[in-house]
Design a protein around this ligand. Structure first.
Ligand code: ADP
Ligand code: MG
Length: 313
């Protein structure tokens, strides 16, 4: 990318080019490719996620939160497979070089990377409409990854934490008045990828997914891939007081089930096991043979279609 500041200077300045810290990463930023050594007995888990201005975030979004969230959504995909992250690449398409924006974005991104001991080992920088892409790499023991396809009839369905807070955060940004908006806004702006939880679940869960498009849609993927159905219990859903109030006030009880961006894990556990689960996990329903997703609420059985966010509908 040409401009006032050369591409590599920009990378040096804002992404603290350093020798890789993780032992798998032999060579990081600076050559044509990075070099990685995957030890025998492990598989590489690879994922990529893009965030586009005005599609995934508002034009005035806080750049530090954006840097955090871009990395968080990618680490969340690794968490859902039970993979341990070790490296990421970053492709930046920027309309202009705004050093203030870049510094804040980099602070958010690199702080979360350090927290998870993940090296930034490469990327690309181009000019164009603001588009942010990360590729994240993790490892799992050979054959040990958590898949969407492993749910069995009778499994208990769990979530790793509260749902609907990020959805409420979006409503607040759109004008909904909430007395205590901090938790919801924080859930929307700075989701925490459940990496440690994913590692524990590897030995426990039959199937797992991260909730990016809403619980109903994402659990729907587990059901479809596993060839099963499910019934949820409304009273078992972990809802914050603010989400509960929103539902009471608006009557929109589907919101916590259909709003995206929670980045909690949804997973299923065999009914005959009683494993030690990570703190905050809550059982919300059971896998059934009858296809489709249902929820028992106020004595009624309601059907939940796949009603999450889709890009081309
Ligand atoms: P090439 O033209 O060979 O693709 P570049 O000039 O694009 O190489 O990049 C030089 C080095 O800087 C490479 O190691 C590349 O991975 C790294 N790099 C470029 N952009 C980024 C970025 N946004 N984040 C991290 N590393 C980057
Ligand atoms: Mg390039």
């Amino acid at each position: 990318m040409s401009g006032t500041i050369a591409e590599f200077d920009l990378i040096q300045r804002y992404f603290a080019v350093h020798a890789p810290r993780h032992p798998f990463n032999q060579l990081g930023i600076g050559d044509d490719c990075a070099l990685i050594n995957i030890p025998a007995g492990f598989q590489l888990a690879l994922t990529t996620d893009t965030m586009v201005e005005n599609v995934h975030f508002f034009a005035d979004a806080d750049p530090e939160s954006l840097g955090h969230k871009l990395l968080a959504v990618n680490l969340s995909d690794l968490a859902a497979m039970g993979a341990e992250p070790f490296a990421v690449t970053l492709a930046l398409t920027l309309p202009k070089v705004d050093e203030c924006w870049l510094r804040a974005f980099s602070n958010g991104f690199m702080a979360l990377a350090r927290q998870h001991k993940v090296d930034l080992i490469g990327g690309d920088t181009t000019s164009g409409p603001l588009t942010l892409t990360v590729q994240a790499m993790g490892v799992v023991p050979l054959g040990g990854a958590l898949l969407r396809s492993g749910a069995k009839v009778g499994d208990r369905i769990y979530v790793s934490g509260p749902i609907g807070d990020a959805g409420l955060g979006l409503k607040i940004k759109q004008g909904y008045i909430c007395n205590a908006p901090e938790q919801a806004l924080n859930a929307f702006n700075k989701p925490l990828p459940r990496v440690d939880e994913g590692l524990v679940l590897r030995d426990v869960a039959n199937a797992c997914i991260d909730i990016s498009d809403g619980l109903a849609a994402d659990l729907g993927h587990i059901l479809e891939r596993s060839g099963v159905g499910a019934c949820l219990q409304w009273k078992c859903l972990p809802l914050s007081a603010e989400v509960f109030d929103y539902v009471e006030n608006s009557g929109d009880w589907r919101m916590p089930l259909t709003a995206g961006d929670d980045y909690e894990l949804c997973f299923t556990v065999p009914s005959d096991s009683s494993p030690q689960l990570p703190a905050g996990c809550r059982c919300i329903g059971v896998i059934e043979a009858e296809s489709g997703l249902r929820i028992e609420r106020a004595g009624r059985l309601e059907s939940l279609g796949a009603t999450g966010f889709e890009h081309f509908s």
